[in-house]
Design a binder for this molecule. Structure first.
Ligand code: GLN
Length: 203
């Protein structure tokens, strides 16, 4: 069982590149303890970890350079709850349709993703999504050169799609992935959803 012995859960945010600050801020507002994860020793005692948006190739390479890739993958495989947003979702995927050859991935979710799925016309946009696990009110989602999930394997639950059916949020047990950026919206429901998942593992 993963439990750091503290009252409040401790959530790490991988802080090698990208918009990790926004996740740290969103989490602090919800009253949890947070930690910017830059080195392997920062993985100790975490109750959950977020992999932020940014540039998935850069984050992947830095994870290897800092010796974080193997211990992080091992912790996720042991059950540490993880949530990847945008580039983070790409890093969780087993496969990408169109990644540059040799792009490092953690490969812990049974999904295939397509990087920069929305093309130059629509590469960044906002839209209201229906996400039933968050309740009835639509979730205002920001897409910033985001990926899409092009294939899901067994055991993967689709949490949200665009109107045309494109899959943009998934869950596989303790692993969550979103193609959009809940950390830049004012709506805390997705962060709450992740924290509920974390709490269910801590019990
Ligand atoms: N396009 C980026 C990538 O492929 C992801 C963009 C983001 O995280 N906002 O890594």
């Amino acid at each position: 069982m993963i439990h750091n012995g503290q009252e409040r859960p401790l959530i790490g945010v991988l802080a090698l590149q990208g918009d990790f600050e926004a996740h740290l801020k969103a989490l602090s507002k919800l009253g949890v303890a947070t930690r910017a994860v830059k080195l392997p020793e920062h993985l100790t005692d975490l109750d959950g970890i977020i992999i932020p948006g940014g540039e998935s190739t850069t984050i992947g390479k830095l994870m290897i350079d800092y010796g974080l890739d193997r211990p992080l993958k091992a912790l996720i495989e042991q059950g540490l709850p993880v949530w990847g947003t945008c580039a983070g979702l790409i890093l969780l995927a087993k496969k990408t349709d169109n990644a540059l050859e040799g792009q490092p991935l953690l490969a812990v979710m049974n999904i295939t993703v397509r990087r920069n799925a929305f093309g130059s016309q629509r590469e960044s946009f906002e839209t209201d999504l229906s996400i039933p696990v968050l309740g009835e009110a639509p979730f205002h989602a920001f897409f910033i050169r985001g990926p899409a999930v092009s294939e899901v394997g067994p055991g993967v639950e689709v949490l949200a799609t665009l109107d045309d059916g494109t899959i943009v949020a998934v869950r596989e047990g303790n692993r969550l992935g979103t193609a959009f950026h809940p950390e830049v919206s004012r709506d805390p429901r997705f962060h709450h959803y992740f924290l509920r998942l974390v709490q269910s593992v801590r019990k």
